[in-house]
Design a protein around this ligand. Structure first.
Ligand code: COA
Length: 170
């Protein structure tokens, strides 16, 4: 029975192992070289939030939120991403990871979550739309990998019912 919980240092090797085939064998990720466990530890440490779906100590999947962009006015916006081990797909884990992640991000005071999806990707589009994301943009031929140009679509999901007025200084 899988459990969703915050990622810790003991999970980074498993997170790197889940991510590696999507980097190596697909255009889902635009990276060329799978990050090492040390590099993944740095990324998890720098993320706003990272969750893992685990069965015992085995990492089956993960979802992380990172700042959308660095400049100050963007600080209520986050990018989210989710990856599962191939054999762990279609068991509700993507949904479980995102339900917890989006709730945590809302509780953190964040306002909008964004996801960039290399197209086509029926599973990712299906998950994001099932979680309330809607498509807001499509960047044509924005990346070249594995011998072809690829479009990336952007999906957005409000985390709040109405836009807050941030405290002064914003
Ligand atoms: C995208 C991904 C995370 C989905 O996770 P998952 O655990 O398989 O999805 P779930 O079982 O939680 O499904 C939740 C919903 O997503 C949608 N969905 C999931 N897989 C789908 C598929 N292959 N085709 C269409 N819709 C799909 C469905 O609406 C589903 O609801 P349902 O089960 O009631 O039909 C998983 O396929 C994956 O890791 N893919 C490779 C990495 C990737 O593309 N990550 C996203 C990068 S942008």
């Amino acid at each position: 029975m899988a459990e969703v919980r915050p990622a810790g240092p003991a999970d980074v090797r498993g997170i790197a192992a889940v991510y590696a085939p999507w980097v190596r064998d697909t255009v889902v990720s635009f990276e060329d070289v799978p990050p090492s466990a040390d590099e993944m530890a740095a990324r998890v440490g720098a993320a706003l939030r990272c969750l893992v779906a685990v069965d015992g100590r085995e990492v089956l999947g993960y979802a992380c939120a990172t700042p959308h962009r660095a400049r100050a006015a963007y600080r209520w916006s986050v990018d989210v991403a989710v990856y599962l081990a191939p054999q762990a797909r279609r068991r509700g884990l993507g949904r479980a990871l995102y339900e917890r992640l989006l709730t945590d991000l809302r509780d953190d005071g964040l306002v909008t979550a964004y996801a960039g999806i290399t197209l086509p990707n029926a599973a990712s589009v299906g998950l994001h739309e099932a979680m309330g994301f809607t498509q807001v943009a499509r960047f044509p031929h924005v990346g070249f990998k594995h011998g072809a140009w690829h479009d990336v679509g952007w999906w957005a999901r409000p985390l709040v019912d109405r836009l807050p007025v941030p405290p002064s200084g914003g």
